[in-house]
Design a protein around this ligand. Structure first.
Ligand SMILES: [Fe+2]
Ligand SMILES: [Fe+2]
Length: 284
């Protein structure tokens, strides 16, 4: 096992989220894998140990400087989807959906419920920021729950006990309830732990409606959208838009269908949808 990348599959942490937040009134619970006493639990623990240790305010600032100039690649959405799909990890003996299938299933489930087309598009795009992994970034700096840095870590964050290893935990600039922030300053002024959510937000921010951008930027912020642990940093606009983040989350978690979507058949629909909102090429 690579010490810096404990997960055997990048999506192990998401499977763990489904265990943490099982689908209410689950109709086909038995179709999901049985998670009890899984060796995966240990991998996920190790993953969060690294994440919580190393995601400091300074670390986030350094990653922002490294990536938010968007000078790594120029790709069309479909090129980015193909590129992301090279991330398939065969070391997991379970049959896993590849990244494209997860994105198509999320988008299709949103489409079937009759939501606006930009919401469908957001389903297709929301995990594209995981291309960070292909730049060689460690798993703990790409996926996992996200949370504010620069202020106290909430005990509502998964495995919050591991924050004891984080230098910011004992830094008095950062370890009070508000830290460097002011009450209800708004999340736009708050630095989040670094990962695929924040990165993709910056790739997309010029092109999509605000609720879509909130879904992309905060979809892994479970401590807020599931637990409400950071109301003291949220402003009115955040609260309004988090209704969309909450609406999005079940599609992300529970849209795994037994039959994989037919990517080829769906492609023309999504090509048109992409062209409606996004330029031919995006800067990543
Ligand atoms: Fe994600
Ligand atoms: Fe996702």
């Amino acid at each position: 096992m690579d010490q810096n990348n404990p997960l055997s599959h990048l999506d192990d942490w998401e499977d763990d989220i489904i265990k943490r937040y099982p689908e209410p009134h689950t109709k086909q619970k038995e179709e999901y894998r049985n998670y009890t006493d899984s060796p995966r639990d240990e991998l996920v623990r190790n993953f969060y140990k690294l994440n919580h240790h190393y995601q400091t305010f300074d670390f986030v600032q350094a990653k922002e400087a490294e990536f938010l100039g968007l000078s790594k690649r120029k790709m069309s959405v479909w090129e980015a989807l193909d590129y992301l799909n090279t991330l398939v990890d065969d070391s997991d003996p379970d049959i896993e959906l590849d990244q494209l299938q997860h994105l198509l299933q999320t988008a299709e489930a949103i489409r079937q419920d009759g939501h606006p087309d930009w919401f469908v598009l957001t389903g297709l795009l929301h995990d594209l920021g995981k291309v960070l992994c292909l730049y060689g970034e460690p798993q703990w700096a790409v996926v996992g729950d996200t949370y504010p840095v620069g202020c106290q870590f909430s005990d509502k964050i998964v495995y919050s006990e591991f924050f004891a290893d984080n230098p910011d935990f004992s830094d008095e600039r950062y370890n009070t309830k508000l830290g460097i922030y002011t009450e209800n300053c708004g999340l736009d002024h708050v630095k989040m732990s670094w990962g695929h959510d924040e990165y993709l937000y910056h790739v997309m921010k010029a092109y999509l409606p605000k609720p879509a951008l909130y879904m992309i930027r905060y979809h892994s912020f479970y401590a807020q959208h599931r637990e409400g642990a950071y109301n003291h940093l949220m402003n009115k606009e955040d609260h309004e838009n988090f209704e969309w983040v909450k609406k999005f989350n079940p599609y992300d978690l529970y849209s795994k269908a037994p039959v994989p979507p037919d990517a080829k058949a769906l492609r023309p629909y999504y090509e048109d949808l992409i062209a409606k909102y996004l330029p031919d090429e995006l800067l990543f």
